[in-house]
Structure formats: structure tokens, C-alpha cells
Design a protein around this ligand. Sequence first.
Ligand code: PGA
Length: 263
Amino acid sequence: MRTLKSERYIMTRKLLVAGNWKLNGSIAMTNDLISAITNGLSDSNRFDVALFPPFVYLPQASKLVGSKIVLGAQTVSEHAKGAFTGEVSAAMLKEVGCQMVLVGHSERREYFNESNQDIAKKFQVAQAQGLKPILCCGETLEQRESGVTEQVVAQQINAVIDLVGIGAFADAVIAYEPIWAIGTGVTASSEQAQEVHAFIRTLLSLKSDTIAPLVPILYGGSVKGSNAKELFSMQDIDGGLIGGASLTANDFLAICQQADKLS
Ligand code: PGA
């Protein structure tokens, strides 16, 4: 576990390596991948691992994960129940063994028109059912180039703070994922990522300087075994949200090995 010194606190944040399978998988892949990852992880427990398979594989995954891996879903309905065809509620996710859920992934924002307010609602319903939300945020290339990265990220995070309050972040994770780095093979440099992570932590500290140092902030966007060490060793980068490289055990375990070395 890393010990980080902030101005007023000496505290610890465990690294988290989270695999987001997106729209990928099958019954066979769920079996094979979870078994291979479980076998490849040591018993050290010095860093956390979470997997986010598609909804339909969650009950099966839940039987396979054991104590080394936390299970999560890729999204959740903001509604508790009723006439919302195709939706899955937080209580349902909890019932099939989820402990975490992604909210506000950029693909949900872009392709499914989820607004900052929708995402804030999802964060709220998830926590109400005891699921830990991973709130995703990040800017497009156009936004970065026009110098509004911090403004965009602040709006995305403040919309959630406005609804649930800063206290709710004591039991949540943030993932900074620049959209231009997702699935493109282009990774933000560790300095570029750290700059935004530090901004996020400062933003949180404006509301509470006791909560801010506690919140794990993951980086996402083309993380691989070869760049994980550099990224995860930055002061405010507490692990990664991994897409493409979470679909093969070797690639995912290579990232886990770097987290283990830094823990
Ligand atoms: P990537 O995806 O690792 O394939 O870039 C990351 C994500 O979208 O969470």
C-alpha cells in the first residue's frame, strides 16, 4: 500500500485495477478470463482488482470471482423499478453479487445521451443500494485543444456533488478518462494525467479537505502493461480503468503486476 503525504494528512489509498469489458464476452470467455486472472493474482491483497462484465454474465461471474476480485456492472438505471424496458436496477445488481458500478462512462454519455444530471442520479441510487460508484469523467480532444478540460471535468463532478453532497465521495471512486485516449492506443502522458488528477483532488478539497485525500482517482485510456507503472506511480493516480487490455488475462495481469510492485 502506498503512503502518500499531503499537506495535512499522511494517509493511504490502495491502488485499484478495474477491467471494463464493455460489449465483449461470452459464457466461455467469462469462465476462462476470470479463472486465468484469479490464478495469476497473488494472495497479497495489497491492491484491489475489479471486473465489469456485461449484465448477463454477472450471476455467472459472481460465482467465479472469489475473494481476490470485486464484481461490478457497467451502468445502472436511475430508476428503482417499473415500466422502464431494458433497464437494470441497483437492487438487481446488488442481488446478483455486484459491489461496484460504473457511472457516466464517456460511451454512455456520448452514445446513450446520459447527462450530468442522469449520471448524478445513477450515482445516488447506486450508493443507496450499497454499490460503490466509479464516476467517470473526461474531455474530448476538441475540448482539450480549446483549453476547457478543467471546466468540463469540474462540471461533470460538481453535478454529482450538487445532488449527493461531498460526503458521498467517502465511499466512491473517480475515473479520469480523456476521451481522446480511450481505445485509441494514445495514452495521456503521466504528467498530463497527473495534472488533471491533481485538479480533481483540489476540486474535491474545495468542498472537504478531509474527503479529498481519501478518494481513489483512477486513470483510464489505453492503459497497458508497458505504461501502467509510469501512470500509477504519479501522486494522484490510484490505479486504472482498463478497457481493451482487460479482455485478455495476460494483458490484464501485466497491469496488475505493475500495481503489485508499486503497492
Ligand atoms: P481502453 O478503454 O483501455 O480500451 O482505452 C478504457 C475505458 O473506456 O474504460
